[in-house]
Design a binder for this molecule. Structure first.
Ligand SMILES: NC(=O)c1ccc[n+]([C@@H]2O[C@H](COP(=O)([O-])OP(=O)(O)OC[C@H]3O[C@@H](n4cnc5c(N)ncnc54)[C@H](O)[C@@H]3O)[C@@H](O)[C@H]2O)c1
Length: 358
């Protein structure tokens, strides 16, 4: 692998998103030689005010330029590359969510396929393999590419050709497209399969956030697959740490044993590596919500939960094998679930229930 300095221009797509905004924040703090260009279309898949709130936290720095725009807009993306000439590109912009892909499939084709294709093309036309051009493209894939694989923990060389949602199919497509571009044009690419990321100012469409909204409103939460679900949860700071380490080391072009070029392409899981039973997860969440004052101390949690069947597109278990990440970067996520949920609950309390809030 070759060292890539976290300096010069770095493009982060999806910069107002949960992972993107946290990544930009970290780079502003720890990569003083970098100018970060963030792009985001600010779509209303979930509450836009949360995206605006994340951006406000980044707005004080003159090393951050935000551009509101869509990566499916090729002209916009090409103009961004021409103006800023990024050395590192981190593609986090995507239409996320499994359930939404059942009702709004077009969004996935536009953002995840056309948008990602535009990113690849812009990298290709910038890339000269030398001092200029994109030195490393890092992009978000997802644990959903493993589908309903029974073999655990999931390794990146396991089969991933049986997606159970369009979202997963687009993420797998991204990996294939990036591989082809790495092979054809020598662009160093690293794909990251994230496993259920959670934390403060996270995504309201995700279960832990939705459960919190419902419990606070006194509504009943629905626990899918009768609670027989295990998820590998990953705290946001652990994801960001992994992304930053990966950004700084680009895969090299090499020659294989057959004498043919091996593309500069790598793929890693970033996950907690400790799947939690959904019922235990929800219990810890409710305890931390009580502790933070989001729920009253006498909250009758048992009376507000309902066990229901599996939803289409969901999988019963996710479990990351992070051995490759550890071997190459000396790193594995480590934040305990209770600690991460404690920070989420404290943030939720301040954001939604602090002074001046309802
Ligand atoms: N959060 C997770 O648990 C998780 C798990 C696996 C993979 N991922 C992937 O990580 C990436 C970041 O996820 P996140 O949780 O921060 O999601 P997010 O929805 O909070 O962030 C994505 C951001 O991209 C923006 N966006 C979407 N389409 C766009 C487009 N066409 N042009 C410009 N901006 C666009 C959205 O407005 C949003 O702010 C995504 O690619 C997602 O698929 C996330």
């Amino acid at each position: 692998m070759s060292r890539v300095e976290l300096s010069g221009s770095i493009l982060v797509t999806g910069a107002a998103g949960f992972i993107g905004a946290n990544l930009v924040k970290r780079l502003l703090a720890d990569a003083p030689g970098a100018h970060i260009v963030g792009v985001d279309n600010m779509n209303d898949y979930y509450d836009v005010s949360l995206k605006e709130y994340r951006l406000r936290a980044l707005s004080g720095s003159d090393r951050f330029t935000f551009v509101r725009g869509d990566i499916a807009d090729k002209a916009l993306l090409d103009a961004l590359f021409a103006e800023h000439r990024p050395r590192i590109v981190v593609n986090l912009a995507a239409q996320a969510g499994v359930r939404w892909s059942i009702t709004h499939p077009d969004d996935y084709v536009s953002s995840n396929l056309v948008g990602f294709f535009n990113v690849l093309e812009a990298c290709r036309h910038s890339y000269d393999g030398g001092a200029a051009g994109v030195a490393h493209l890092v992009y978000a894939s997802s644990s959903s590419v493993y589908g309903a694989n029974a073999k655990v923990p999931y390794r990146t060389d396991d089969r991933t050709d049986a997606p159970v949602s369009l979202y997963a199919a687009t993420k797998k497509s991204n990996e294939l497209m990036a591989h082809a571009y790495a092979k054809l044009y020598g662009i160093p690419c690293t794909g990251l399969r994230f496993f259920t990321v959670y934390g403060p100012a996270g995504r309201p469409d995700m279960a832990y956030f939705g459960f919190t909204d419902k419990l606070r409103a006194g509504e009943t939460i629905r626990i899918f697959n009768y609670g027989n679900c295990r998820r590998d949860f990953t705290y946001i700071d652990d994801i960001v740490e992994g992304v930053v380490r990966v950004m700084a080391s680009a895969p090299d072009r090499a020659t294989g044993a057959d004498g043919l070029p091996v593309p500069p392409y790598r793929l890693y899981n970033i996950g907690g590596g400790r799947p939690e039973n959904l019922t235990d997860f929800v219990r810890v969440l409710s305890e931390e919500l009580v502790r933070a004052g989001v729920l009253p101390p006498d909250y009758d949690f048992e009376a507000h939960k309902q066990l229901v069947p599996m939803q289409p597109g969901d999988v019963p278990l996710t479990f990351a094998d992070t051995a490759a990440l550890e071997a190459d970067f000396g790193y594995r996520p480590s934040t305990p679930l209770r600690e991460g949920l404690r920070r989420f609950a404290a943030w939720y309390r301040t954001y939604y229930m602090g002074e001046g809030q309802n």
